[in-house]
Write a protein that binds this ligand. Structure first.
Ligand SMILES: [Zn+2]
Length: 118
């Protein structure tokens, strides 16, 4: 992998991570331990009737899958950043070949090349 290219991907990954973490902060609290884990706030009930309470519980239920998706992406980005540090970024985890640069530009955190992904 070319150094300039890896540097560019690193910036992109860090930018993406910031955006994702901001998204998580909107409705979740970062756990101290384990690192990188987030908890969705369970709604506190301000509603004066049962219907409002049910709505809040439903909203909580809807946020959980979103939280998990964001969390998974942050974890993948962290892994990619880790690989950059170790100088292993851009290598396919399945076949060991270099991942196509245009694929990395689209999905900087990808762990497999185009061929292994299909
Ligand atoms: Zn591969």
């Amino acid at each position: 992998m070319e150094k300039n290219f890896v540097e560019k991907m690193k910036m992109q990954l860090e930018e993406e991570k910031k955006v994702l973490e901001k998204g998580l902060q909107g409705f979740a609290e970062k756990n101290k331990l384990p690192k990188g884990d987030w908890d969705t706030h369970f709604p506190s009930f301000h509603g004066s009737n049962l219907e409002e309470e049910a709505d809040e519980v439903e909203e909580y239920g809807n946020l959980l899958p979103v939280e998990r998706t964001l969390e998974t992406r942050v974890a993948e980005i962290n892994l990619a950043l880790e690989k950059i540090k170790e100088g292993k970024y851009g290598l396919c985890e399945k076949c060991g070949r270099e991942i196509e640069p245009d694929r990395l530009e689209t999905i900087p955190e990808t762990r497999v090349c185009h061929q292994c992904a299909v």
